[in-house]
Design a protein around this ligand. Structure first.
Ligand code: SAM
Length: 217
């Protein structure tokens, strides 16, 4: 899906299907649960979502915060300029979300309450991931949350069947399986966290096949 030669309409279709995968696989729940706990009653926050894709996680957070009377300032940054266009199209204008095109690393110094990501960590090289962890450690005042996949034989074999039954785009089916193969297990995350010099982070599994890594101060 990151192939720059992919036509704009196909990219949009792929992102729309990816947001369906996120909903069917209960992907929003771990991030919302983290925010609920980390906010500890605070009534406003400023959050950066790295690699927002179609922006569906940010829309979920916007709805979640509004339903609780919490003021959310939500910013997404994504390297791919086509993500910004697709996310804007899918987002009601009244939602408190700003989409930016670029690299998260250029946002040093902006200081966020939270930095989050979903399905981004396994796309990074190990070196990039270590730098990302250090960025979140220094830039997120209240905490950070990585929502990612749990590498598991069952999901590797089962996901293509689900994707086929659901008639998700072929790219979503193929990339999804590659993503599962590239993702980590808990002991691997421990080694990556140690390499980044991060202490006190929490590694938690969520049904089905999500492995999330977080830090709360
Ligand atoms: C698989 S998509 C995930 C989209 C969305 N978060 C979701 O869960 O459906 C990964 C996204 O991360 C973005 N990305 C990767 N590295 C990035 C970086 N350094 N800064 C900003 N975005 C990045 C890519 O452009 C891509 O859109």
């Amino acid at each position: 899906m990151d192939d720059p030669s992919l036509p704009e309409d196909i990219y949009r279709e792929v992102l729309a299907d990816l947001s369906k995968v996120n909903r069917v696989t209960l992907a929003y729940r771990p991030t919302l649960k983290f925010l609920e706990n980390a906010l500890a009653g605070r009534k406003s926050f400023k959050l950066l979502d790295v690699g927002f894709g179609q922006g569906d996680m940010l829309r979920e957070i916007a709805d979640w915060a509004e339903a609780r009377g919490i003021k959310a300032t939500l910013v997404g940054v994504d390297l791919n300029p086509r993500s910004e266009a697709a996310a804007r199209l899918a987002t009601p204008a009244a939602m408190p979300i700003t989409y930016r095109t670029g690299d998260y690393a250029d946002l040093i110094g902006d200081r966020w309450d939270f930095v989050i990501s979903s399905l981004v960590a396994h796309h990074m090289t190990r070196e990039e991931l270590v730098l990302f962890l250090r960025f979140m450690e220094s830039e997120a005042k209240i905490g950070w949350f990585i929502n990612d996949l749990h590498r598991h034989g069952l999901s590797y074999l089962g996901y293509p069947v689900l994707a086929k039954l659901a008639r998700w785009h072929e790219i979503v089916r193929q990339d999804g399986q590659t993503s599962i193969a590239r993702s980590y297990r808990a002991e691997e995350w421990q080694a990556i966290l140690a390499e980044a010099g991060v202490t006190g982070a929490c590694i938690e599994r969520f049904f089905p096949f999500r492995l999330c890594v977080s830090q709360t101060r």
